[in-house]
Design a protein around this ligand. Structure first.
Ligand code: NDP
Length: 486
């Protein structure tokens, strides 16, 4: 009797859907501007829907501030400034603590809304964006009455009214990065969220009300780029901007000669460098985290992968195997690794640059996966055979696309990494501590991660060199732009 031998088959592991409940987010049909502690209809603006980029469905109608609305918000901030500055620092700190606690209390709702409005996986908004936003308020709440330690005993005063413009990739987190240090230093603020992701900033406005923050200390004017430009032209004492290098330069030109403070956190094309002596499997996880976190919509994304020649083939093989297991799809599903692209405009930009990469002769490999029929999606992609001058190796793609090049020596790795108009971040993977510090020290980047990537902490400074901008956010360095040393 001959035994039947079953052919060996690859083990298939299917995930059951694990959707987070949308009910955690009870969105209102329409949202007004938040000025002087109240929600108020736009007077010379308009209203537009904000949509879910995963489905293209409208989520709510949002006010678009006109020039007069922006001016009203700045006036409210101006009027609130003396009272806020006069409060004992400890009291200001208490408001920040309250806001932090309320963010924690409403964390689930905030995470769901962030994923609905922006397209990022719920795992990221739940475990990274929202807890970090609370952590920034907690951290700066602690600093509010200890500012003299941040400025080495120098006397200081708040700048006054600050205008803050944030992008769509980390909507609530960027609002927290900007508002928490400004308020701790005694400034009042007008915040302009991005057009495609206004909702969590508006929930933060509700939180400011719940925390009984005095009216006018935080004002939130939703709208498009013209509201941002109007805020820059307004009667503000400092502007803090995070976004594209092109708009950053425009703002710098608009403020030239006005004596208004300015910090710019702009784009990047960060190098993630892997040496042959690195723990390769760990490095592969870091590469994945570096470029596919938040669909690559990350200013410090490790979008230029530099591999030491001796291990390049092995890493690409392992990386590709790992990429093929990434789950792209519903942002509200807890199994999702890569969510929706934030907008049709951003998808078009990614597609254009990827096509350009192919035209310029690089080899494209995109994973094959079923993408939803509606919404904006792009599969995780890597480019091989990339020349350093190719547009995909030079320009910020801001999507799930990594370009791979190789190097032979640490000197060559440093030269290649620094050969960029940007200087925001970098990663160094090696088991040799001396090499790690030597290379990190030679990189012209504001943040250098060693054997990890995309780790953020409210106590650490973040910011760039060259076309990545200037000024630092986070930690004690993040307080400095919000005061005048006297
Ligand atoms: P923008 O720089 O246009 O947007 C950032 C913020 O600035 C938004 O709130 C935007 O408003 C506002 N804004 C737009 N125009 C002006 C203006 N003239 N004056 C003042 N504020 C303005 O980025 P995009 O959304 O157009 O993205 C384009 C590219 O920029 C991306 O592909 C990416 O490469 C890069 N980028 C980098 C970011 C980073 O974190 N460094 C973040 C976002 C984008 P609104 O959204 O209403 O237009």
């Amino acid at each position: 009797m001959s035994a039947t031998i079953e052919p060996r088959t690859a083990l298939r592991w299917d995930y059951a859907p694990a959707p987070e409940s949308r009910d955690a987010a009870s969105l209102k049909p329409r949202y007004d501007l938040f000025i002087d502690g109240e929600f108020t209809a736009p007077r010379d603006g308009s209203r537009e829907p904000t949509i879910n980029p995963a489905t293209e469905e409208p989520l709510a109608e949002v006010a678009y501030a006109g020039p007069g609305d922006v001016a009203r918000a700045v006036e409210a901030a101006r009027a609130a400034a003396p009272g806020w500055q006069a409060l004992p620092a400890l009291e200001r700190g208490k408001y920040l603590f309250r806001i932090a606690r309320l963010i924690q209390e409403r964390a689930r709702e905030l995470a769901v809304v962030e994923s609905l409005d922006g397209g990022k996986p719920i795992r990221e908004s739940r475990d990274i964006d929202i807890p970090l936003a609370a952590a920034h308020f907690f951290s700066y709440a602690g600093w509010a009455d200890k500012l003299s330690y941040a400025f080495a005993g120098r006397a200081f005063e708040p700048r006054g009214v600050v205008g803050q413009i944030v992008p769509w990739n980390f909507p609530l987190l960027m609002a927290a990065w900007k508002l928490a240090p400004a308020l701790a230093c005694g400034n009042t603020a007008v915040l302009k969220p991005a057009e495609t992701t206004p909702l969590t900033a508006l929930l933060l406005a509700e939180i400011c009300q719940e925390a009984e923050l005095p009216g006018g200390v935080v004002n939130i004017v939703t709208g498009d780029g013209s509201a941002g430009a109007e805020l820059v032209r307004g009667d503000v004492d400092k502007v803090a901007f995070t976004g594209s290098t092109a708009v950053g330069k425009e703002i710098q030109r608009a403020l030239a000669g006005r004596g208004t403070g300015l910090t710019l956190e702009l784009g990047g094309k960060s190098a993630n460098i892997v040496f042959e002596d690195a723990a390769l499997d760990q490095a592969v996880e870091g590469i994945i985290e570096g470029i596919f976190f938040n669909q690559g919509h990350v200013c410090c994304a490790g979008s230029r992968l530099l591999l030491q020649e001796s291990v390049a083939e092995e890493i690409v093989r392992k990386l590709w195997a790992r990429m093929e297991r990434l789950r792209v799809g519903d942002p509200l599903d807890k199994n999702t690794d890569v969510g929706a692209i934030n907008s049709a405009a951003q998808l078009a930009r990614i597609e254009e640059l990827v096509l350009e990469g192919e035209r310029e002769g690089a080899t494209r490999r995109s994973i094959t996966c079923a993408l939803p029929e509606t919404g904006y999606w792009f599969p995780p992609t890597l480019f091989l055979d990339v020349a350093p001058a190719n547009r995909i190796a030079v320009e910020e793609i801001f999507g799930p696309v990594v370009s791979v090049t190789t190097f032979r020596t640490p000197k060559e790795a440093i030269e290649r990494a620094n050969n960029s108009a940007y200087g925001l971040a970098a990663g160094v993977w090696t088991d040799n501590g001396a090499k790690a510090f030597e290379v990190a020290g030679a990189l012209r980047a504001g943040v250098v991660w060693q054997n990890t990537y995309n780790r953020f902490d409210p106590t650490a400074a973040f910011g760039g060199y060259k076309e990545s901008g200037f000024g630092r956010e986070g930690g004690p360095s993040g307080l400095l732009p919000y005061v005048r040393l006297t």
